[in-house]
Design a protein around this ligand. Sequence first.
Ligand code: AHR
Length: 307
Amino acid sequence: ACGSGNSGGSSGSGGGAITLGFAQVGAESGWRTANTKSIQDSAKAAGIDLKFSDAQQKQENQIKAIRSYIQQKVKVIAFSPVVESGWDTVLKEAKTANIPVVLTDRAIDSPDKTLYKTFLGSDFIKEGHKAGQWLTKEFASASGTVNIVELQGTTGSAPANDRKKGFGDEIAADPKFKIVASQTGDFTRAKGKEVMEAFLKSQSKIDVLFAHNDDMALGAIEAIEGAGKVPGKDIKIVSIDGVHDALQALSDGKINHVVECNPLLGPQLMDLVKKVAAGQEVPQRIETEETEFDQAAAKAALPQRQY
Ligand code: AHR
């Protein structure tokens, strides 16, 4: 599906622009849209010839895209793995073809660290911890049970696995915190709304919603309001990402806390791609710096928030 590339000097091995094949997860969330824009803009600024594909949240589509980049003999492959498992075969094919691979945003669970050069992204376990820490502080003086519902990200994805773990570890010390329902909302607004509607029907008392991303929280807000309840008051909400709409909801009192996950990975990614293409050593793991937002911080950040 790609016309350019293999005619001599302009592709992978010649002296022209570096060709980068990038296999994106999809367009499931505001975070993802910002991430895609960052990658496309910074490839352009860095003079990198970007071949971009959108896997629509399906691993088989990503594997197909990676195989097509191998066939096209791109110089470097980068991707954000939809799920953690099942990458060894296609990454061995890239290795055999001598095409270095950079993981970004999401990691894989393969023990074979020679299948990729580096990982650039967030510490998702830490993000889950931060959400849990906010919750335990917020409900420190609560005497009864605190009933929590959880909207998980895409099943099997690194952010869903890790955020669940970090959050769970944080609340485990106090038995008053109970996750009474937990289901995937696939990181989308529509699914977040749908699953929250089901939670509201099946659970008689919900004190808190932990959403693995902002889009699901925003969908859930619609469900909560539809059920005649007040988001942020009747049901407290903590979510992860920090996209504009969620900071707006936090500023309006509909979300109570947002843990940041930074999507603007493009500039750092292009630096890494250049280094890897030149055969330079790069660190095994590079983590992005992230903050947290309460209502005051959201109000302060909103005017400059680009996504
Ligand atoms: O992998 C990062 C996660 O994927 C973001 O938190 C979420 O919004 C996106 O879909």
